[in-house]
Design a protein around this ligand. Structure first.
Ligand SMILES: Nc1nc2c(ncn2[C@@H]2O[C@H](COP(=O)(O)OP(=O)(O)OP(=O)(O)O)[C@@H](O)[C@H]2O)c(=O)[nH]1
Ligand SMILES: [Zn+2]
Length: 355
């Protein structure tokens, strides 16, 4: 195996040189568990942790390595290593941290393509597809839609679903699949590119694990415990979340990807709903919210049936969520500043009174 087989490119090599990390080895994080990481290079896997300096200078969770990251590391034992730096990320999939408003949590990095998996029976929901598309666009990950479980519906129903999808979603590949009969499987497998990294997005039960097991020929999914020579209590996860497929594609199958929420998606929403964005240039008011204004090109388009009512509702809802997320971040920053100011005042008072 070569580093390239894990997805390494000249781009990262250039970064490594620019950052003066030549003295270190480079490897990819293939699993993470409680701040311990499995880092893989061309030769082997290392049970790793980050150096203190990286820990102390970290200002948020996103400064820590995540599955998919390229890291500069130094080996200190047969199979143990220290991570010194995370190389710049090409793409990032993140979500709002559970229970922590406004804080982001990395789910996986350096993913090239995301399979958005949806089951055509009970789970099928075009709004949800759009939601995942938004996440992909804001993460700079290229989406590919997979409509799974086609064995559970009639051909005519599938035709209808495909029609709906093609009407609402443009320029994105759509595959149909049955993990059960394997219809459509070869086409998906053959579309996978060597040394490119893929992930699977979608609700629970849509068939993501079944598909990745099929792609992996199953054997590789078996979890094998990492070396016993590592200290007790420091044991890392035994589950690899990044795996190389037989045909050279790389897959990240990661439980964190479930329930991916909407964080600040910069212009992700705008990309998915580019019709709406284009139209909004024709609105009478520059800051039109497309909700109650007169001479709003978007509302008119909805009335005339140019824009689907659900797409419009989705657009408004995501806009509200994005706003909410941004305001909680702003609030946190404000609180942080106020706290710092208070500390500073306290300190200067102390020095004034000679304490
Ligand atoms: N009929 C049918 N059942 C399928 C198909 N794909 C998966 N299933 C079944 O659907 C159930 C859920 O599949 P999983 O692969 O575990 O779904 P998942 O998306 O990984 O779900 P989580 O692990 O909860 O995220 C299992 O019982 C599968 O056997 C399919 O194409 N057709
Ligand atoms: Zn408007």
């Amino acid at each position: 195996m070569k580093l390239e087989d894990l997805g390494y490119t000249n781009e990262w090599e250039d970064h490594r040189k620019q950052l003066n990390l030549d003295a270190f080895d480079v490897g990819r994080v293939i699993a993470e568990h409680k701040e311990r990481y499995i880092v893989k290079n061309a030769q082997k896997e290392f049970d790793s942790e980050i150096i203190g300096n990286l820990r102390y200078t970290a200002t948020s969770r996103t400064d820590f390595p995540a599955v998919g990251d390229w890291v500069a590391f130094s080996q200190y034992n047969d199979d143990e290593a220290l991570i010194h730096a995370v190389l710049p990320r090409k793409t990032v999939i993140e979500r709002q941290a559970v229970g922590k408003k406004g804080e982001k949590q990395l789910i996986a990095t350096n993913i090239d393509y995301a399979f958005i998996v949806q089951a055509v029976d009970s789970d099928f929901n075009i709004n949800r597809i759009e939601r995942y598309l938004t996440i992909c666009h804001s993460s700079k990950v290229s989406p590919i839609i997979i409509l799974n479980k086609i064995d559970l519906i009639e051909a005519s129903e599938l035709k209808e679903i495909l029609h709906k999808v093609n009407e609402r979603i443009k320029d994105i590949p759509v595959f149909t699949l049955s993990n059960e009969t394997l219809e459509g499987f070869e086409a998906i497998k053959n579309s996978i590119l060597k040394s490119k990294t893929y992930c699977l997005l979608g609700s629970s039960g849509v068939g993501k694990s079944t598909l990745s097991n099929l792609l992996l020929n199953k054997q590789i999914m078996k979890t094998s415990a990492i070396s016993n020579s590592t200290n007790k209590g420091k044991h890392t996860t035994s589950h690899r979340e990044l795996l190389v497929l037989e045909n050279g594609g790389i897959i990240i199958d990661n439980p964190g990807i479930r329930e991916v929420g909407l964080t600040d998606s910069s212009n992700g929403i705008e990309t998915t709903f580019d019709t709406i964005t284009n139209l909004s240039e024709q609105c009478k008011f520059k800051d039109c919210t497309h909700t109650t204004e007169t001479n709003c090109a978007v509302i008119d388009a909805v009335k005339n049936g140019v824009i689907d009512e659900t797409t419009y509702q989705n657009f408004l809802r995501m806009g509200r969520e994005k706003e909410h997320f941004e305001s909680t971040v702003a609030e946190k920053r404000k609180k942080g500043k106020a706290f710092k100011k208070m500390v500073k005042n306290m300190k200067s008072n102390h020095s004034k009174y000679g304490n």
